[in-house]
Design a protein around this ligand. Sequence first.
Ligand code: GDP
Ligand code: GDP
Length: 434
Amino acid sequence: MSAIVAIVGRPNVGKSTLFNRLIKRREAIVDAVSGVTRDRHYGKSDWNGKEFSLIDTGGYVVGSDDIFEKEIDKQVELAIDEADVIVFVVDVETGLTGMDEDVAQLLRQAKKPIFLAVNKVDNAQRQADAVEFYSLGLGELYNISSINGSGTGELLDALVESLPEKEEKEDDGLPRFAVVGRPNAGKSSFINALIGEERNIVTDIAGTTRDSIDTKYNRFGFEFNLVDTAGIRRKAKVKEDLEFYSVMRSVRAIEHSDVCLLVVDATRGFEGQDLNIFWLAERNKKGIVILVNKWDLVEKETNTTKAFEENIRKQIEPFTDVPIVFISSLTKQRVYKAIETAVEIFNNRSVRIPTHKLNDTMLPIIEHTPPPSIKGKYVKIKFCTQLPTPTPQFAFFANLPQYVKDPYRRFIENKLRKEFDFHGVPIQIYFRKK
Ligand code: GDP
Ligand code: GDP
């Protein structure tokens, strides 16, 4: 699991410009190709071989021009709680403002690495202007221009230097479940329904990062870990339904888990915020189970369940091969089924298909429906294998892999899903030169 870096600062200083410069380009391209609207404020980045997750906090504010000052302070506090490292962006063009000073005051109390990035330093004159930000008392200045990229290398050098070392994953082989979802969806109620009074804690194991924790449970004959983080436990529960909160609080838990149980409030339907958490899990290659909670409150007619399910599947396209379980944390309806399904998804995620079996199944399908020829060139796929990765990834070897386009990749994925059981599990498919 990678460290979490949060970009904070008042509106218009250039946070999202910096974010876009720092995230992996590959990711942006993939999004463009699939044409799906996704959360554009969370991404992965790496520098000097160190990977980290990046969150643009400003991206979660609607109408960011007239955002309330109080709101920014709250975001910064949450970022301090949930992130490992903070990049505080200020703007040399407008100079130091009162809002910057408020944010700096919060950050000075934080016991986390803070990097003060003075943005829009596009030329030498502005280098000189930047010095006024020393008065914020946050140490060294990183003068950057997010637009032309200058200075961002130095910022990244220092930033990855400060990241916590990746600790060895303690692996007891048991599934790690993260219960995620927007505020009030019923996550705590679900966990209570699951572990209840008879909560049977076997051990408390310190997790892979300083403050994340797996707690081992044995319920309904299943052994599993529930992923929690100290940050989430420590702080009073957030009730405000801001997208930012649910994302910030989900990221660490998701990254630390094997399977995400995405709790959705049936009375509100499946919405953008649910979708963004879904994509966080998908991007992190985690198994996913969607739990439609508060089903006891929904008035049911013949088609209610089916319609609800279809609506969700439409929104999560193209990754629709995901279990959806209708539950009530209040009446405990299908809470067992939820866990049974999560265990199943965990098992699917670790399936290894023997190479001969994979080839025997997939090559005839490919022969029957080969990739369409492009500019008179024919792609021949001769061999495939599952890669020895922790999550299902497949390599298909071809003479002209660069001519295999996204629709064919999806065709192959659908066939793999049909022939083998990868229900609830994101899979990666690569075409490589034979
Ligand atoms: P955010 O609200 O903090 O996310 O700010 P944005 O990233 O949306 O940027 C606000 C404005 O500042 C946009 O018009 C950007 O083009 C501009 N901007 C961002 N970075 C730079 C920079 O390095 N130099 C200059 N001159 N303008 C920048
Ligand atoms: P969290 O913020 O996601 O942890 O949500 P909570 O577990 O605190 O639940 C939010 C509210 O929804 C509380 O008032 C719960 O009592 C209520 N609630 C949660 N699950 C259910 C359910 O399955 N049925 C009903 N009727 N209410 C529920």
